[in-house]
Write a protein that binds this ligand. Structure first.
Ligand SMILES: Cc1cc2nc3c(=O)[nH]c(=O)nc-3n(C[C@H](O)[C@H](O)[C@H](O)COP(=O)(O)OP(=O)(O)OC[C@H]3O[C@@H](n4cnc5c(N)ncnc54)[C@H](O)[C@@H]3O)c2cc1C
Length: 452
């Protein structure tokens, strides 16, 4: 069945505290006096000119008229990948489910929709996504365009769920791409970095809904991680390790297990020397766990356990910076130990680090292209002068492993280095020329890192 359902999602959800101010300026074209900034507030965008499209036709008309523009998603990137000096296009009002196809196990949504909007709908229809990021607040199009990921040795990043795209090219033409029919073009377009066009619809693979339990263990000795890294990462459906790099230990191990006969995680009081927590925890120990998804093994829907943070609450710390590096999984422990050596330099500026595993994929600009990865993430205090001096130090340590930086977070990796670690970059540039010959969707980030 391929029924067009057009579901308008609950206004209650949109009125949640975190979402409403964002929605106010996104739909009402910004509150007066407010500078347009990214979510963390570390980046003031270079223009305040923001147009909201309500339909494919409005998006096409706008694209045709502009000489340069960028699509703005939910503004959760920490660098200037989304920035524009001329105009922004927001698809925030385009947030409906277009079609749920139970037979094909796909859902097609308008590109302004966030995971926080889609997931409860999918669950109510008996379906689930394979994975989610640490927060549900982000737009599906923005997340997939930047290779956003969750965790799990067998779980590809969020973009690997994409099986189809509808996109408006620089000329205002509508292109429809599918994994089945469009081979290389499709694999090049999914993690598109906002460089190819305006994604207006996305089709995602879905699966039957499932329940999960989340357990947290405290104080995993680094020696145990060294000896059992693979085992620990593979111990459940999704595993996250949080560390401040102090005291030769991982502060918290978050284990997200599917409630399935014969496969459930056995939550023994000790896990490789770490102790089972007896209260809900925030990854940053000083912050309230109220913002976090339920732990202590309480069963819950997949979308209320896979993210660390709850919809309607501020994820992470808020005033922060983030960086993250993808390292081929076979070098995981070497890379982790290389960063651990930098603990005295890193710690004064760090809120918390997170280590996760991601499966390999075949999407050209994905940091996991043809390599299973481990990611080493840093949530920094919001002190860019200090962080910008530290990043090259970390990047030098990780360079022997050909570490790839997260496209949506802060990095100082040189364009030359990026070229050497993205083998499909020439094809990606070629593809972008087909859809956008005059660089209508280019900005400083793309000109520096991709097209220089
Ligand atoms: C608190 C917090 C936690 C995070 N946790 C994770 C995590 O667990 N894992 C992870 O990998 N990342 C994480 N991130 C990073 C971030 O969520 C992603 O990189 C993602 O891009 C954010 O999506 P967005 O819509 O907010 O992007 P934006 O910053 O709005 O845009 C990102 C890019 O996507 C493009 N884009 C957006 N919509 C479209 C469209 N319709 N058509 C074409 N291009 C488009 C933009 O032009 C831009 O180039 C986190 C960020 C924050 C703030």
């Amino acid at each position: 069945m391929n029924k067009r359902t057009f579901i308008k999602l609950s206004s209650v959800m949109l009125a949640a505290p975190v979402v409403s101010p964002l929605f106010a300026w996104m739909s009402g074209d910004k509150m007066s006096g407010d500078k347009l900034k990214n979510w963390a507030g570390n980046l003031e965008y270079s223009t305040e000119s923001l147009y909201s499209a309500n339909s494919l036709e409005q998006a096409r008309d706008f694209v045709k008229k502009q000489s340069r523009l960028k699509v703005l998603g939910t503004r959760h990137c920490f660098n200037n990948i989304a920035d524009s000096t001329q105009d922004f296009l927001s698809l925030k009002p385009m947030d409906k489910v277009v079609a749920l196809n139970p037979e094909a196990r796909t859902v097609t949504v308008e590109a302004g929709m966030s995971y926080g909007q889609l997931c409860p709908y999918l669950d109510s229809k008996g379906f689930a996504l394979h994975n989610l990021a640490s927060l549900p607040h982000i737009s599906i199009a923005g997340a997939c365009s930047t290779g956003t990921h969750g965790s799990g040795v067998k779980n590809g990043n969020l973009a690997t769920a994409v099986s189809g795209l509808e996109m408006v090219t620089a000329a205002g033409d509508v292109v429809v791409l599918s994994r089945e029919k469009d081979g290389g073009t499709f694999r090049g377009a999914v993690v598109g970095l906002g460089a190819l066009g305006v994604i207006t619809k996305i089709t995602l693979n879905i699966q039957p809904t499932f329940m999960m339990r989340q357990y947290v263990y405290e104080s995993l000795p680094l020696s145990q991680l060294k000896d059992h890294f693979e085992e620990i990462e593979a111990s459940a459906y999704s595993v996250s390790l949080f560390t401040d790099w102090q005291k030769q230990r991982v502060n918290e191990v978050w284990i997200k297990s599917r409630v399935e006969a014969g496969k459930a995680f056995d939550a023994t009081p000790e896990f490789f020397g770490a102790k089972l927590a007896t209260r809900n925890l925030h990854p940053i120990a000083d912050l309230s766990a109220e913002n976090c998804t339920e732990q202590l093994g309480v069963p819950g829907a997949w979308y209320e356990r896979l993210p660390h943070f709850r919809m309607g609450f501020t994820p992470s710390a808020g005033k922060e910076l983030q960086s993250e590096y993808f390292v081929p999984r076979q070098h995981a422990m070497e890379a982790i130990l290389a960063v651990e050596q930098l603990r005295d330099q890193v710690s004064p500026h760090l809120m918390i680090s997170e280590i996760r595993a991601i499966a390999a994929d075949d999407l050209w600009m994905s940091p996991c292209y043809k390599q299973p990865c481990v990611t080493i993430h840093f949530t920094w205090k919001q002190d860019w002068p200090a962080v910008s001096k530290l990043l090259p130090v970390i990047e030098t340590e990780l360079a022997p492993f050909k570490a790839r930086p997260h496209w949506g977070k802060l990095f100082t990796t040189s364009p030359a280095q990026l070229k050497s670690i993205y083998e499909k970059l020439p094809e990606f540039i070629q593809l972008s020329k087909e859809y956008d010959p005059r660089g209508k969707f280019h900005n400083e980030f793309l000109n520096t890192n991709i097209f220089s």
